[in-house]
Design a protein around this ligand. Sequence first.
Ligand code: MG
Length: 281
Amino acid sequence: MQALREMEIGVMFWGGRDPVATLREVKGLGVRCGQLGIPGDMKLEGAAAAWKAALGAGQFTLVTVFGGFTGESYADIPTVERTVGFIPQATRAEREARTLALSDLAAELGVPSVALHVGFVPEDTGDPDYIAVREMVRRVADHAARHSQTFALETGQEPAHVLLKFLKDLNRPNVRINFDPANMILYGSGDPIEALGALGPYVISVHCKDGDWPPKNVPGALGAERPLGQGSVGMERFIAKLKEISYQGPLIIEREVEDHQERLRDIRMAVGLLERLRQVH
Ligand code: MG
């Protein structure tokens, strides 16, 4: 895979379709790197060979293999708490096994990082769920370390100080952060620019995503995602802060709107916006 520039612009996209066609579409957005999301129901047999061939032929660099799990729902905050990541007890064993398999897949593809949402980690460090999830993350991190990979936790579902405490307690040097500023806002977890300052040394990759704060009158509601530059993150501040903390990793555009054409159009617009913001300051 080719070397990337500092703050190279990339796109978060999902596997599950033909790798060659998928990469053609992503490259058509004007990028040459990205993060590959693996849906929970995607078959892993044969995936490494097919993706490796497509990545090589397309001269496309994957920076992260990103895991999603069957049964996850982001409908509102209580549903996220109940269904996402390593928190739900009933699916812990299968999700841990799946994450180890994703780390193996990433290793076959030569990708240096695996990431996912671990879900809402309780603040109480004596809570049995906290302890169980901490041990899961440690086992996954140790597996990833054997492949010389980082294991990145996506931000947003908890305030920065809670995540920072969790990272210190994990005590695994290859556990890092995939920083998503919009999630901080969508979940009402705090100002993302301040959070980025606090978490800076741990940040290995970022999502460039935008959104608005949750409505005040609907308990448990999430805020709404917006096209990049049109939400409450303040992309100029975000990019300026990344420069201030000497972040050199990729700028990965994430847009989760359902309509495919709208998604592609918004990503194209986001590439243009980030190209402009990279130049200033
Ligand atoms: Mg994200």
